[in-house]
Design a protein around this ligand. Structure first.
Ligand SMILES: [Zn+2]
Ligand SMILES: [Zn+2]
Length: 644
């Protein structure tokens, strides 16, 4: 932290103190009024108006009290019946990777998009590229996700010449809904280096113009998977800055005023630090660096305060895989797994016992926070043993270790985690996206009810947080809220009625408890005098609508430090954000790239189809983030960073 920054923080802190005592002398820069204001402060749950000065809340209370702070130049913001809450605080997501999702045109067919034929596909991408010209220029690429020729009137994908009508200067890269093929314009093919003389790679096809060898623009399977990283590698460090910026803006558009980089490393942190220094982040961004990729780096990088809106907050450890992919490490066999699994298959750990014990001991010994991805019961048993050992050796302290996902838990494990002072960051969004899958395949109907067991934590008086793990899902706050409250699956089932919580509890799991999880509760997470003026404005009061309609609420405005940073527009070429699909092409493409990359670093004797299946099944967002430096051509850049 620079000296000026430190002085600034000190002056902010003292002015925050002053407002508590000498409030009468203050005048407000902005006053919000005219709608329900939910403070998420149990001592003062609803107020009529809020006054802001210097990016901080200077009054929150009755309209008459707050209006006393009004001066001639005070900006008055009439909520017009919309609801104001503290800004949402992301307890676990992957912002930079999410940026690629944010920087993509939506070329899905109805109902998730508007593309019905080649003409509407081209029009959609053109409109999107025009609306996001500054971003596409910085990222040096135009990307779209989700076209499907079977849904297009012509029953074929677009040719390179058709895509050249979008741009001849920038590469255009449209990913098929399957994630296994894509359409490229001439510039993109040029960057990739595919010409008439390029043979089809084994396991892939470069589609050709009829009667010639000239590429048509459509690439399939390995031809596609080998081309995609070359194209994304062309993006380079500058492009990654643009992705990070796009990610931050996307998080802001869902009402987040603090976003997480949930598994970073020295390279990604360097990019984020640069983006922050360049003033590209409208919101605060905090990161957790993979402890197995560099414990010393983590130790040296951690900071309690933000520098230009960025800080490294702690370490990240990943114990096992993904519950929907049957790679969460369980204490009992999977219920009815789909795939070639041996009898009694329980998944497996991604690390050794020793690595887990060492990493947790490292966190406790150095008094730092660690986020632990752990999904299956066996993974939790190991985590509990490691936490107990570290606590016995180093004492309880106040390190707030975090359980990430905790999808399958026994009730005794919930009790153990509560006893150990662990913060559970759960994933109730799973009840919507994969609830039916868990009921039918992973754990069966009885145990599916207890995935992300928010109710068990509340019974014990424990806080919890509710995350999106975006970009696995979009960082859609209203989907998080809805699924934490209703636990309704896509088929309409309620996955665990007893684990449901009320709307106010779910809101705490998106605000004040997230701030607590990140040691920022003195500054964020509720609307209280002295805290940051970070707000979200929703289309209606979430406590006053039918819970089944919570997902229909809209984030209409996001405010950071008293300044409006996102206002919902009516643009047709809005960012891609289907609400009910997981952007399958995006997910699948990165899974395949991940498998390709992971297989490539193994000795040839280990590159078997069985290994491939296991690697494929272990894929999730936390895993995908490991691809970033390689995918965006930062491996060389990494050497520089590591040397510094
Ligand atoms: Zn994650
Ligand atoms: Zn994860």
């Amino acid at each position: 932290m620079t000296i000026t920054r430190r002085l600034f923080m000190a002056s902010v802190a003292s002015s925050a103190l002053l407002t508590r005592t000498a409030r009468a002398a203050e005048t407000a820069e902005v006053i919000y009024f005219g709608g329900p204001i939910l403070t998420i402060d149990d001592a003062n749950p609803r107020v009529e108006a809020v006054a802001v000065k210097g990016g901080r809340i200077i009054q929150a209370g009755s309209a008459s009290d707050v209006m006393k702070l009004k001066a001639g130049d005070t900006t008055m913001v009439d909520l017009g019946g919309r609801a104001m809450l503290p800004g949402f605080f992301d307890p676990h997501g992957h912002m930079t990777f999410g940026g690629l999702q944010a920087l993509s045109a939506n070329v899905l067919a109805p109902p998730d998009g508007e593309v019905t034929d080649i003409a509407s596909l081209l029009e959609t991408v053109k409109a999107w590229a025009a609306a996001n010209a500054d971003m596409t220029a910085k990222a040096k690429i135009i990307v779209g996700f989700g076209y499907d020729q079977s849904q297009l009137a012509e029953l074929r994908g677009p040719t390179k010449e058709e895509l050249d009508t979008i741009s001849t200067e920038l590469p255009v890269f449209l990913v098929h809904q399957s994630g296994h093929m894509g359409a490229f314009n001439s510039k993109a093919l040029e960057i990739v280096g595919y010409t008439a003389s390029t043979p089809n790679p084994p396991g892939g096809v470069i589609q050709r113009k009829p009667g010639t060898n000239e590429p048509l623009g459509i690439l399939e399977e390995t031809a596609f998977f080998e081309a995609a990283p070359k194209l994304l590698g062309n993006v380079g460090p500058d492009g990654l800055l643009a992705l990070a910026e796009a990610g931050a803006k996307m998080w802001a558009s869902f009402g987040y005023t603090t976003a997480q980089e949930g598994r970073s490393n020295a390279v990604v942190d360097a990019v984020l630090r640069q983006a922050a220094a360049d003033g590209r982040f409208p919101i605060d961004v905090y990161s957790y660096a993979d402890v197995l990729l560099g414990a010393d780096y983590v130790k040296g990088a951690i900071s309690k305060s933000y520098d230009n809106g960025f800080r490294v907050a702690g370490a990240k450890l990943t114990i096992d895989g993904s519950p929907q992919g049957f790679t969460a490490w369980r204490d009992r066999p999977y219920y009815a797994p789909i795939g070639n699994f041996p009898p009694g298959y329980v998944g497996y750990p991604a690390v050794t016992n020793e690595q887990v014990l060492t990493a947790i001991d490292f966190a406790y010994a150095n008094n730092l926070q660690i986020l632990v991805h752990s999904n299956g019961e066996a993974a939790h048993d190991l985590l509990i043993a490691a936490l107990r050992a570290a606590e016995a050796k180093h004492g309880r302290g106040d390190r707030r270790p975090v359980l990430i996902h905790g999808q399958f838990q026994r009730e005794d494990q919930v009790q153990a985690f509560v006893d150990l002072g662990l913060m559970p960051s759960l994933f109730p969004m799973h009840t919507f996206y994969w609830g039916d899958w868990h009921r039918d395949h992973t754990v069966g109907p009885a145990l599916a009810d207890n995935i992300s067991p928010t109710g068990w934590y509340r019974m014990r008086g424990s806080r919890f947080t509710s995350h999106t793990d975006a970009p696995v899902a979009f960082p859609d706050t209203m989907r998080v809220l809805d699924s934490t409250v209703t636990r309704r699956s896509r088929s309409g089932d309620i996955i665990g009625p007893a684990q449901r919580v009320d709307v106010m509890t779910a809101l705490k799991a998106m605000t004040i408890w997230c701030a607590y999880q990140a040691f920022e509760e003195a500054d964020k997470g509720s609307i209280e005098v002295g805290k940051r003026a970070d707000f979200v404005i929703l289309s209606a009061d979430p406590t006053a609508v039918d819970p089944e309609a919570l997902d229909q609420l809209l984030v209409t405005e996001t405010i950071k430090d008293g300044k409006s940073i996102f206002v919902r527009g009516q643009k047709k070429a809005d960012l891609m954000r289907p609400r009910d699909v997981l952007n399958p092409g995006f997910y699948e493409m990165f899974k395949q790239l991940y498998v390709m990359r992971q297989l490539a670093v193994l000795p040839e004797s280990h590159q078997s189809p069985e290994t491939r299946v296991l690697i494929e099944a272990s894929y999730d967002d936390c895993a995908a983030t490991l691809l970033l430096p390689w995918l965006f051509g930062l491996d060389e850049h990494y050497q520089d960073v590591a040397a510094n």
